[in-house]
Design a protein around this ligand. Structure first.
Ligand SMILES: NC(=O)c1ccc[n+]([C@@H]2O[C@H](COP(=O)([O-])OP(=O)(O)OC[C@H]3O[C@@H](n4cnc5c(N)ncnc54)[C@H](OP(=O)(O)O)[C@@H]3O)[C@@H](O)[C@H]2O)c1
Length: 104
């Protein structure tokens, strides 16, 4: 849990679609937003996200594939590297219905 008055959101799937719209709204305040996405080289980058990151220093990105155990096991260390990290307050996951290997 972060100790400052700012909330830190961790959004899995925040680089496009519903997740990106949440990022736009939540990062308009001084709250911190950490976005996780796969970042597959075969997928085009979201230019809107790139532009938003340039204008808001409270947006941070980390790479995560929730279907890959190795990636999941590394994510805590990756998140800790984000600037001024003090903990995650709220986790949002904006994907799921088409992921066949998710566990219950
Ligand atoms: N959009 C709608 O109108 C709508 C309506 C009803 C329900 N839904 C449901 O809501 C969810 C989100 O929809 P959306 O349109 O926002 O989806 P989307 O545009 O396809 O975005 C999906 C997000 O999830 C990330 N992602 C996908 N697989 C991942 C994985 N294995 N590990 C980590 N991140 C992963 C993607 O990252 P990459 O870019 O790196 O792939 C992307 O950021 C889906 O389950 C969809 O079925 C959507």
């Amino acid at each position: 849990m972060s100790s400052s008055s700012n909330t830190t959101y961790f959004i899995i799937g925040g680089n496009r679609g519903i997740g990106f719209n949440l990022v736009k709204t939540l990062s308009a305040s001084t709250d911190n937003v950490v976005i996780a996405f796969r970042g597959l080289p075969s997928l085009p980058k979201n230019k809107q996200l790139e532009d938003l990151k340039k204008s808001r220093d409270n947006i941070h990105t980390v790479q995560l594939d929730i279907t890959d155990d190795e990636s999941v096991n590394k994510i805590a260390d990756e998140i800790r590297k984000t600037p001024s990290f003090q903990g995650i307050d709220i986790l949002l996951q904006t994907l799921g219905s088409r992921i066949p290997t998710m566990r219950s």
